[in-house]
Design a protein around this ligand. Structure first.
Ligand SMILES: [Zn+2]
Length: 392
């Protein structure tokens, strides 16, 4: 008897009276009924506790000690003394449509905060992957409220026939706001038109994508665009890489040794080099005037990024462009052209600290999610999964 009292206490299910507990083939079966209560007839409202008959309902519950757990609820069917309507008693721990307890559903949804496949979640919760999917499909996220600062980016999600999806985040509070099904300008514009608060958006951080720039200019009339620093610097790194590769081709096998691990060497900040690396660098730079110039261009750009404000950055950038354009390095052409094209947006990064850093981190988690779940088919489920995974 003491044992049963204990179980009652431990099940933590309100008004559930345990009558028996069995352990069958490693499964826990808990039998019981609800404490007797007076119910109102759903048709006429007459109060009654008259029982017509019983029915056993079997419900899955959270696993106890790693064993599948089932509740066998002896459910009363009442009959109304006034209108004769028959109806089942209510329980507050069961969800209406699932044959599971509410707390089992909560524990399944809790698992979605970490990156794992539905199969893995099913294993942890002792239910099938298809049940996990069915439960998760009840999760629905509405549209967010747009904050004053936004970050927009794309990622390769391959969901429902669209190669790219867009991600919208709040870089200030580090929250994912929404995932959009594609990156078509018209669809993005239509989406943003639905937000009256878009007129209050002050900054939008992004990489140097002309598509996003035109959408943002149209959708957020007061917003300033901020180019993400990482993407900006990467453009210059890529230009230097192109020079290095071209030069490397020109060298005979005897001098190839100069280029050993030269990619990392050239991209590293000069101040961070070891004594040995400095010697290797000196050798490499003396061997190729073109690499020497490209190297100087990148190192100077690193320093430019450290300028304290917009005013100094503007002067430094003008000097940098003049010098690099005079170098006669065709590999830098695309880079300098796009920097001139994005001048204003680049200078905005010296006014505010916003970047795509949080967005990039999220994109990496999405990559892992795609890998563990072997791709994505259904976009809306994919969107819910990302939003759940990234929520607290
Ligand atoms: Zn009635």
């Amino acid at each position: 008897m003491l044992y049963k009292d204990c179980i009652e206490e431990l099940t933590g299910l309100e008004d559930f009276i345990v009558t028996d507990v069995k352990n069958v083939y490693g499964e826990i079966h808990i039998y019981g009924r609800m404490a007797k209560r007076i119910h109102g007839c759903p048709r006429c409202g007459t109060k009654t506790s008259n029982v017509h008959d019983y029915r056993e309902q079997i419900v899955k519950d959270v696993s106890g000690f790693g064993q599948r757990t089932y509740l066998h609820l002896r459910k009363r069917r009442h009959v109304c003394p006034n209108c004769k309507k028959r109806f089942y008693e209510t329980t507050n721990f069961l969800s209406r449509y699932q044959r599971m307890t509410k707390r089992l559903i909560c524990s399944i949804l809790e698992e979605f905060h970490t990156v794992q496949s539905m199969k893995q979640i099913g294993k942890r919760c002792n239910i099938s992957a298809s049940t996990v999917a069915r439960v998760f499909d009840f999760v629905a996220y509405g549209t967010p409220v747009l904050p004053k600062v936004l970050s927009i980016d794309e990622f390769r999600g391959n969901a429902e026939g669209e190669k790219y999806q867009c991600i919208l985040t709040d870089p200030k509070d580090k929250r994912v706001l929404d995932i959009l099904p594609n990156r078509k300008a018209e669809d993005l514009y239509r989406y943003f038109s639905g937000f009256p608060e878009r007129k209050d958006v002050c900054y939008v951080s992004m990489d140097m994508s002309t598509l996003f720039r035109s959408v943002v200019k149209r959708s957020f009339p007061r917003a300033k665009i901020v180019v993400d620093r990482f993407h900006l610097v990467r453009n210059v790194c890529w230009a230097l890489e192109r020079v290095r590769k071209e030069e490397q081709k020109k060298f005979g096998p005897d001098r190839r040794k100069y280029f050993k691990r030269s990619k990392a060497l050239l991209l590293k900040h000069y101040e961070a080099l070891t004594e040995e690396q400095m010697q290797q660098l000196a050798l490499l730079l003396s061997a190729s005037e073109r690499i020497r110039r490209a190297y100087f261009a990148l190192q100077d750009f690193y320093q430019l990024m450290e300028e304290p404000d917009r005013y100094h950055a503007k002067r430094h950038l003008a000097a940098w462009l003049m010098r690099v354009e005079s170098y006669d390095l065709p590999e830098f052409h695309a880079c300098t052209v796009s920097i001139r094209d994005w001048l204003e947006e680049i200078l905005n990064t010296f006014d505010v600290p916003y970047s795509n850093g949080f967005t990039e981190g999220t994109n990496n988690k999405i990559k892992v999610l795609k890998r563990v779940s072997y791709g994505v088919r259904n976009f809306s489920r994919f969107r819910s999964r990302i939003l759940t995974m990234m929520s607290d």
